[in-house]
Design a protein around this ligand. Structure first.
Ligand SMILES: [Zn+2]
Length: 267
């Protein structure tokens, strides 16, 4: 995965694993001017006027080369993945919408799906042969609840094959910074993917640290994805607050990044 700076000044991360238009935003290249949202905040309700967020969405989607209308509803750390299409374009971004969702699968060309993060793990999946893509938001709850598993299974149900699915795991809080409480192991243990997650909670200097990206990698491998087809950014949002918004580093006063992907419009 590498940083790209687009002609419009937006800096984003792109994975070599996925040939389709996609990207993970940074905080660089937008028009937000508040100290905590400067400058590419891509979520409503973080202090920026909605018009500023929409302008940032235009800038980010232009930079990445995906259609400007993005489907991204409010997120609730669930494992619910929704199959979306043409009629859902812009839901939660350019078009107001009820409800919430933490993951999307689509087979529709020209439909941009996105997830918002600021420490949580953004995951993009693509079976380019079948023409099926997904965007998933995986905080610890969504991770342990199995949103990555759910995303792969929804893709497979539509005709994807796990061995063809490429995965890009974007910047997220790393095990360097993600200290978790004593109750965290018990909390994770209650979720369906606990067996794949618990090995990635390790003890250091008398404290537990969790590696959410490694948890999601193991869940994807368990679903049949090939190790060589999983590309992990390995960048910690909490360590690198010049590039990224971090919920933990900012104590919650922060903007929000987005990961987007789309199947290009056909002829
Ligand atoms: Zn870190």
């Amino acid at each position: 995965m590498h940083f790209v700076t687009a002609p419009n000044g937006v800096c984003y991360l792109r994975s070599d694993a996925i040939a389709l238009p996609h990207g993970f935003s940074t905080r660089i290249g937008g028009v937000s001017t508040l100290p905590h949202t400067a400058s590419l905040n891509l979520a409503f309700g973080r202090g920026d006027d909605d018009a500023v967020v929409l302008a940032n969405l235009d800038r980010f989607t232009e930079a990445v080369g995906v259609p400007a209308e993005v489907i991204s509803l409010p997120q609730i750390h669930s494992a619910d993945v929704r199959v979306v299409g043409e009629n859902d374009r812009g839901l939660g971004c350019q078009r107001p919408a009820d409800g919430s969702c933490d993951g999307y699968v689509t087979t529709s060309r020209g439909v941009t799906v996105g997830v918002k993060t600021a420490d949580c793990v953004p995951i993009l999946l693509a079976d380019e042969t079948a023409g099926i893509i997904a965007a998933l938001h995986a905080g610890w709850r969504g991770t342990a609840a199995g949103i990555a598993r759910e995303g792969v299974r929804k893709m497979v149900a539509l005709g994807a094959h796990p061995s063809r699915i490429k995965a890009a795991i974007g910047p997220a809080i790393g095990p360097c910074c993600y200290a978790v409480g004593e109750d965290f192991l018990a909390a994770v243990s209650a979720f369906p993917c606990a067996d794949l997650c618990l090995p990635h909670i390790t003890r250091r200097a008398g404290q537990n640290f969790a590696d959410l990206s490694a948890m999601n990698t193991d869940i994807l491998l368990a679903e049949g994805l090939l190790p060589a087809q999983i590309d992990t950014a390995g960048l910690c949002t909490c360590c690198d607050t010049e590039h990224f918004y971090s919920h933990r580093a900012s104590h919650g006063l922060r903007g929000t990044m987005m990961a987007v992907i789309a199947l290009p419009k056909g002829e």
